[in-house]
Write a protein that binds this ligand. Structure first.
Ligand code: SF4
Length: 337
């Protein structure tokens, strides 16, 4: 496929100031050299614990945050150095779905004016046309088009997320960044919203980046999954490969925490309890950022950052001692200098 989105060596470092002169004393490396691409019609899951940089990455793609460095190409066009004004024509193409359907909808506005707001902002329709378009959108996301005049509090959590999705679709975006789209919802509702996103993708030819803290949420919707840790991607692979045969110890640990009801996935997995917490991105450990928590860490891990590189066909992982499934010894680590 053709990449719709190409992110290359993207970084976001937040300066930390201190003292009377507010000198910069450090930087929080929230995103520290992230590279991936997403093909047209594809879904990339972006997964990691809170503070791993996944949301910051999503917000930079939306240009809600300016990158410190790196490249974000949308259909080959560089977004990273566009001004907010320069971004404006692209705002229609790239939209975001937020985690919290409660706080992202104005409680004093009717559903009709919430979902119709983008049309008014872009001055692209008459009032009558807006009403009709909004009703079509409500129907598209599985809501009753006659409920146009109701207020957000009259809907359930799942319905409110559908309203948020309808608003997102109003301008016919091509790329949607969905930041924890179902994590505020009851587990029983989550699958319905994930199914809706999949149906909309098929119907409208959408491309998704779905951000989640948990590998179970993105399992069904993703074609490929990228796992982030302390501002970096530590593993990226096709969904099937990643869930059946994780190469990075961190991915393996994350996976061991979620039940995978799939006959192709080995069920003899033991729950891996990671020691300690995620270190502060203000003071990341030297070498492999995962080494203080990794049960396989060796001397080289404490000194040398493992590059994200191919460990098997189409499988990238950043680890000196990747997991191997066939019992063969892992390839010798590189570097050590
Ligand atoms: Fe663990 Fe070393 Fe691999 Fe890092 S490089 S994940 S510390 S084995």
């Amino acid at each position: 496929g053709t990449p719709l989105l190409e992110v290359t060596d993207l970084r976001k470092h937040f300066p930390v100031h201190a003292g009377l002169l507010r000198r910069q004393v450090a930087a929080v490396k929230a995103v520290d050299g992230v590279t991936f691409s997403v093909n047209k019609g594809e879904t990339l899951g972006l997964v990691g614990e809170s503070g791993c940089g996944k949301t910051t990455t999503g917000r930079m793609i939306m240009r809600l945050l300016d990158p410190s460095s790196g490249s974000i190409r949308f259909e080959g066009r560089e977004l990273a150095d566009l001004s907010q004004r320069g971004m404006r024509p692209l705002r229609r193409d790239i939209q975001m779905i937020f985690q919290d359907p409660y706080s992202s909808l104005n409680p004093r506005k009717t559903v009709g004016s919430i979902v119709g707001a983008p049309f008014h902002l872009q001055k692209i329709a008459t009032p009558h046309g807006v009403k009709k378009a909004v009703q079509e959108l409500l129907e598209l996301v599985g809501l009753n088009p006659e409920h146009y005049n109701r207020y957000p509090h009259e809907f359930s959590g799942g319905q409110r997320q559908r309203i948020g999705i309808a608003r997102t679709l109003a301008l016919k975006p091509r790329l949607i960044v969905a930041d924890e789209p179902v994590s505020a919802l009851d587990v029983s509702i989550q699958a319905q919203v994930v199914n809706l996103l999949e149906d909309l993708q098929d119907e409208l030819g959408l491309t998704y980046v779905v951000i989640a803290h948990d590998l179970s949420v993105v399992r069904h919707i993703s074609d490929r999954v990228a796992v982030m840790y302390l501002g970096r991607i530590v593993e990226i692979a096709d969904r099937e490969d990643l869930y059946a045969d994780p190469k990075h110890p961190y991915t393996k640990a994350l996976l061991s925490a979620v039940p995978i009801p799939d006959p192709n996935v080995r069920q003899d997995r033991e729950r891996i309890r990671l020691k300690g917490d995620v270190p502060s991105p203000l003071d990341p450990p030297p070498g492999c950022p995962f080494h203080p928590r990794c049960w396989k860490a060796q001397d080289v891990c404490r000194t040398t950052v493992p590059p994200l590189e191919e460990k098997a066909a189409g499988r990238l992982a950043a680890c000196h001692f990747p997991e191997s499934t066939d019992g063969a010894p892992p390839p010798p680590p590189r570097g050590g200098d």
